[in-house]
Design a binder for this molecule. Structure first.
Ligand SMILES: Nc1ncnc2c1ncn2[C@@H]1O[C@H](COP(=O)(O)OP(=O)(O)OP(=O)(O)O)[C@@H](O)[C@H]1O
Ligand SMILES: O=P(O)(O)OC[C@H]1O[C@](O)(CO)[C@@H](O)[C@@H]1O
Ligand SMILES: [Mg+2]
Length: 373
């Protein structure tokens, strides 16, 4: 559905007070969404409360009013002024009962608190996990609008999540820098980027940064194929190669490299180390010096680039407009040039991975970039 983006709402809305929270890993553009939502709501006489640290604050009652003065100057700022969490699911919330730590369903408390505070609707800015929680609340009767956040760009039903393009720009900058040192030293340079189950950052950064090999979770790699690509380049007089590897990439028949597991999270696996593994394996078969850079949270921090500021702003405005229009259980999304509303259930039912016929992937293949298959 096309929600007539930017049209002034002149109807009557039952919504007088909105709550807003940010959940999951942080991401450039979170503050831009908050700012746009607060400005849009206040412009229409709607009060806004911010919930601290995602759903933790919803359980603990950690709320604060948000007025236009509270969002002044936050457009370019990374992170989220509201704080966020990867844990703290109210439907399975760790709670101390005396000496014993129990996991309890605290969702009813959240519903009661929202009612007591006079909150009519919630804008939940998050990835698949946070939006899945929001959807559970929607099933209990809470009026919810979702905003698609994640640098990984792995949410269904939207062409882009905000933050992704900034993460790609950061990775591309790293690749530009790695190129010059790789060429000078005749080395293989490996850049490990984020992307647990989807290789969007690796694919786009690899294309933008001129990588020779891109390894993504969707295409299990064979060492032989990567070594051949590097050696073929050397035979052509290019004695260096650039490889981008997503943290979730794995060899054919092998497993992802897990750095450690962390309790209290739905997905307890913390990935990391595929770059180092690949470097060790490649040095053995190519006899070329290889170095690894793990970009890590540099991809998540810092100021959003212009396109993400615009996208975040459009999402923030659209989320408030959806609430004012009484359109709940929906996620705002970018489809083509338009901001639309899609059912949250459709957006979170599976992850959006890179398809094997993805046009960007095909273009990369056409110009000789290898994917390790
Ligand atoms: N499928 C799911 N259903 C319900 N809750 C989930 C699900 N996946 C994750 N969660 C919970 O959602 C919260 C946030 O999840 P997660 O850390 O994956 O963030 P996210 O919102 O998905 O953003 P991102 O993955 O981009 O960081 C955690 O408390 C986690 O326990
Ligand atoms: O270091 P954290 O916060 O646990 O999260 C790391 C994960 O978050 C993401 O950046 C976003 O979901 C993933 O790509 C990465 O695996
Ligand atoms: Mg998630």
């Amino acid at each position: 559905m096309k929600p007539n983006e930017g049209e002034q709402w002149d109807g009557q809305s039952e919504v007088k007070k909105l709550a807003i929270l940010t959940g999951g890993g942080d991401c450039p553009g979170l503050n831009a969404v908050i700012r746009a939502a607060v400005k849009t709501a206040c412009h229409r006489g709607i009060a806004v409360v911010g919930i601290q640290d995602g759903f933790r604050g919803a359980v603990e009652g950690d709320f604060r009013p948000l007025e236009p003065k509270d969002v002044s100057g936050i457009l370019p700022r990374g992170g989220t002024i509201l704080g966020t969490t990867n844990r703290d699911n109210p439907f399975a919330y760790p709670t101390w009962v005396g000496e014993e730590r129990q996991v309890q369903d605290r969702s009813a408390e959240v519903m009661d608190r929202f009612k007591a505070e006079g909150i009519d609707a919630l804008i939940a800015i998050g990835g698949d996990g946070s939006l899945s929680i929001a959807l559970e609340f929607a099933k209990q009767g809470l009026k919810v609008v979702g905003v698609p956040k994640t640098i990984d760009n792995d949410l269904m039903c939207t062409d882009l999540t905000f933050g992704f393009q900034t993460a790609v720009a950061t990775a591309q900058d790293a690749l530009d820098r790695l190129h010059t040192t790789a060429e000078s030293h005749h080395r293989i340079m490996i850049l490990e980027v984020m992307g647990r189950y989807a290789g969007w950052i690796a694919l786009y950064a690899g294309v933008a940064g001129g990588a020779d090999v891109i390894l993504i979770p969707e295409i299990p790699y064979q060492l032989r194929s990567i070594a051949e690509a590097v050696q073929r380049r050397a035979r052509l007089g290019k004695h260096f190669s650039i490889i981008v590897v997503a943290e979730g990439a794995k060899p054919l028949g092998g497993d992802m490299v897990v750095e450690r597991t962390m309790s209290g999270r739905t997905d307890p696996i913390k990935l990391g180390g595929i770059g180092a593994k690949l470097a060790a394996d490649l040095e053995k078969v190519t006899d070329m010096e290889t170095r690894v850079t793990v970009l890590g949270h540099l991809q998540r921090g810092g100021s959003p680039i212009a396109v993400d500021r615009v996208l975040s702003t459009r999402y923030g405005v659209a989320a408030v407009e959806s609430a004012l229009a009484g359109d709940f259980g929906m996620m705002v999304a970018l489809q083509g040039q338009d901001i639309v509303r899609v059912p949250m259930a459709e957006a979170v039912h599976k992850l959006k991975q890179v398809e094997l016929d993805d046009p960007v992937l095909n273009s990369a293949r056409s110009m000789g970039i290898k994917f390790g298959d």
